[in-house]
Design a binder for this molecule. Structure first.
Ligand code: DX5
Ligand code: ZN
Length: 221
């Protein structure tokens, strides 16, 4: 098993002072910046694109950036994110006409490739592409918004997915996204996840400068 990584989702950050917000969580010990890209087409919300990723790099962010694309079609935006400094690029299989090709493209651009599964999407597609993914992201809410509640059936799916990864023998990260809080992160870890996205739990702190919510979350491991 790889070491656990906490990935604060900047969707819940204050966008007017994004650089500072990211610096704060990284300083507090967070490992990865989770970057939610929404297109008001694949999901009913609109967020940020490669320009903002590039701006974070120029601001001095050196942590890994985990780009979660909720965009359809997905292929044409991928090179821009690679150029903008993305570390991981993940997409939903429903958003690509040719999943295998999209995965290969991400790796060819020098990034780590991820596949994202909505709560009601089957893991079947993994069967033929296990050798082409670096990351599997299980959505524990329906994508589009922060602050939703964790869907409990994700725990069963996490266990199934952990088994698939272990049996494959590949070095693949298992990430979970949506409704991760200090009161459920332990269960989620026990079900097999090793990368934890948390948006509102981290940035929704009463005092926005208090990134210590990160520590509260980590303390529950
Ligand atoms: C939802 C996004 C999540 C979201 C998580 O579509 O993919 O990354 O920001 O937010 P919380 O942790 O508040 O559920
Ligand atoms: Zn996300």
């Amino acid at each position: 098993r790889q070491t656990d990584l906490i990935a604060p989702s900047i969707l819940s950050a204050d966008f007017a002072r994004l650089g500072e917000e990211v610096d704060n969580v990284i300083k507090s010990g967070a490992d990865v910046v989770h970057f939610d890209v929404m297109d008001n087409h694949y999901v009913p919300n609109l967020t940020i694109g490669p320009l903002v990723c590039d701006a974070l790099r120029k601001h001095g962010v050196t942590a890994d950036i985990d780009v979660h694309l909720m965009v359809k079609p997905v292929d044409r935006i991928i090179p821009d994110f690679a150029k903008a400094g993305a570390t991981y690029i993940s997409f939903h299989p429903e958003a690509s006409e040719h999943v295998d090709r999209t995965l290969q493209m991400i790796r060819e651009l020098g990034c780590k490739a991820g596949l994202v599964f909505n709560p009601a999407t089957s893991l079947d597609v993994l069967e033929y592409v296990m050798d082409k993914v670096d990351l599997i992201l299980l959505m524990s809410v329906n994508p589009g918004f922060g602050g939703q509640s964790f869907i409990p059936s994700t725990l069963t799916k996490l266990k199934q997915c952990r088994k698939l990864i272990d049996e494959s023998g590949y070095d693949i990260r298992l990430e979970v996204d949506g409704g991760v809080k200090d009161n459920n992160i332990k269960e989620i870890k026990e079900a097999g996840a090793d990368m934890f996205v948390a948006g509102s739990a981290i940035f929704g702190a009463a005092n926005p400068d208090d990134a210590n919510d990160y520590e509260t979350i980590c303390g529950k491991f």
